[in-house]
Design a protein around this ligand. Structure first.
Ligand code: ADP
Ligand code: MG
Length: 523
């Protein structure tokens, strides 16, 4: 029997784990690292690079190096998050045929699922080298806040990587599984996950191996990269003040600043002061200029405390959503590299009134949970029953641009709800249904998952025909819709074609394309 791997497909870093002799093992890559940068690049001589190889050359080849593309996946090109990414990313982001964002590097355009697929394939390869046999099944994690489109795109990415995705699991749920394996008794747990690009907070109820998510909240556009940006902005300002040179339009300098900022940030998690030194960062008529600065922990904290406060506000909302007070949470687990920052440990500890749990590795806990979930799925282990919830309300647009919620957020999945529709005019034979996900009362402010037309309704007076529409959210958080004309019993199945998802043909074309490249790389 081939083995199931668990993959934490992170915005910044990815991690893969497998169960060995009943114990979850995190698999190191060829360089010995236990996480791999979720980066992809094409080098000047046309080589495709993934992971550390891509990261290492990012400074000199920033325009052809993709990072943090998970922030784009499953979104519409016009989404504010994509527009923000266009401003921030050194690589080119274009509008795709389905209004999805596409990434163009070295003259070639990629869809977001394709980029994620490339990273997943690398993780699959890392695992195969370790177990010494082909791996075909995986559990992949996503931020709890991911909507239907983002989940479907992640599944597509799995297919592109040659993986059968047994389950999409929310990252905090996976973290709880790994903390809770072997745990007995009842406990309310908060998972505070601050990675490179996303923030998630979940409140879970764990009792004797059953994990129920009580509430989730988060921000798919807040993470360690934003901390780095604050530092970069500060460095730019200081350099401008001291040297009179504006580095904002120099991509190479910016990339070096970004690396230095991240390094300083990580240093300051360990010690009180650090040096930032970037020789030859610029030059003008008077010769080369160097950036040389000292930074202490207090200065860093002053720059980023607003970001930390934002996460605490979200945590507060989530606790309220769960019907609890912060003090009711018995265990706080920190996930994500950014939680190594002392200020975050302090702020989270203060909010919940207790010090966070120290027993899990924030970089690995999600992948480990995914591997445990994979094992439970193939061995049909009912002891590790996982009850998850949908993070966003699902509904439809109604007359006047309103949003009618059919499935409230935080409802346990899988879930199925039916709703009967009728016509608004005499002899109307078709109705159009727009399926949305979100919390706003105004339809236009929510994510449009898809729209479909129910046709062939028998002619009748307005309000007489009855069309029953059934909305399903499966255990992966993926939405499907079907409809039945109650008079004729005729069923219509509707595919909700979420933004950026790919057809089977497209997926096959991409796989072929990458197989071609695989041969080229090995030459
Ligand atoms: P993701 O889940 O987005 O892939 P990770 O959990 O790997 O992200 O976290 C990556 C982020 O954690 C980066 O922004 C990185 O700078 C930050 N990070 C890693 N180590 C430290 C540290 N020691 N102190 C502060 N931040 C850190
Ligand atoms: Mg993560």
């Amino acid at each position: 029997m081939s083995r199931v791997i668990g993959i934490d497909l992170g915005t910044t870093n990815s991690c893969v784990s497998v169960i060995e002799n009943g114990q979850p093992t995190v698999i190191p890559n060829a360089g010995g690292y236990r996480t791999t940068p979720s980066m992809f690049a094409i080098s000047p001589d046309g080589k495709r690079l993934v992971g550390h190889l891509a990261k290492r050359q990012a400074v000199t080849n920033s325009r052809n190096t993709v990072h943090a593309s998970k922030r784009l996946i499953g979104r519409r090109f016009d989404a504010p998050e994509v527009q923000k990414a266009i401003d921030l990313c050194p690589y080119e982001i274009l509008r795709g045929a389905n209004d999805d964002p596409r990434i163009k590097i070295a003259g070639k355009t990629f869809t977001c699922p394709e980029i994620a697929g490339i990273v997943l394939r690398e993780m699959k390869r890392v695992a195969e080298e370790y177990v010494g046999e082909p791996v075909s099944e995986a559990v992949i994690t996503v931020p709890a806040y991911f909507n239907d489109a983002q989940r479907q795109c992640t599944k597509d990415a799995g297919k592109i990587a040659g993986l059968e995705v047994l389950r999409i699991v929310n990252e905090p749920t996976a973290a709880a599984m790994s903390y809770g394996a072997g745990h007995r008794g009842e406990e309310k747990v908060a998972i505070y996950d601050l990675g490179g690009g996303t923030f998630d907070i979940s409140i879970l109820d764990m009792s004797d191996g059953v994990i129920e998510v009580l509430a989730t909240a988060g921000n798919t556009f807040l993470g360690g990269e934003d901390f780095d940006r604050m530092i970069v902005a500060h460095l730019l300002e200081r350099f401008h003040e001291n040297e009179g040179i504006d580095l904002r339009n120099d991509p190479m300098a910016l990339q070096r600043l970004k690396d230095a900022a991240e390094k300083a940030k990580c240093d300051l998690s360990e010690r009180e002061r650090t040096e930032i030194s970037l020789p030859f960062i610029a030059s003008d008529d008077s010769g080369p200029r160097h950036l040389q600065l000292e930074m202490d922990r207090a200065a860093l904290e002053a720059l980023v405390h607003g970001l930390v406060n934002q996460t605490i506000k979200t945590a507060e909302a989530c606790v309220t959503d769960a019907g609890l007070q912060p003090g009711d949470v018995e265990r706080v687990i920190l996930v994500g590299g950014q939680t190594r920052m002392p200020l975050i440990q302090k702020a989270v500890g203060q909010f919940f009134g207790k010090a966070p749990h120290k027993g899990v590795n924030p970089d690995e806990v999600v992948a480990v949970g995914a591997a445990l979930q994979g094992e439970a799925l193939v061995s049909d282990d009912k002891n590790l029953l996982l009850l998850d919830v949908t993070p966003l309300s699902l509904g439809i647009a109604t007359v006047g641009g309103h949003f009618a919620k059919l499935i409230e957020r935080n409802t346990t999945v899988p879930v199925r709800k039916t709703h009967t529709f009728t016509t608004t005019r005499d002899d109307q034979t078709a109705v159009k249904i727009r399926v949305l996900q979100g919390e706003s009362e105004a339809a236009a402010e929510n994510d449009l998952l898809g729209e479909f037309v129910l046709s062939g309704i028998r002619k009748a007076a307005q309000g007489e025909p009855e069309v029953e529409v059934c909305f399903d959210i499966d255990a992966n958080g993926i939405v499907s819709v079907s409809a039945t004309d109650l008079a004729t019993g005729k069923e219509q199945s509707i595919t909700v074609n979420a933004t950026g998802t790919l057809s089977q043909d497209e997926i096959e074309r991409i796989i072929e394309d990458h197989e071609l490249y695989e041969i080229q790389i090995k030459d």
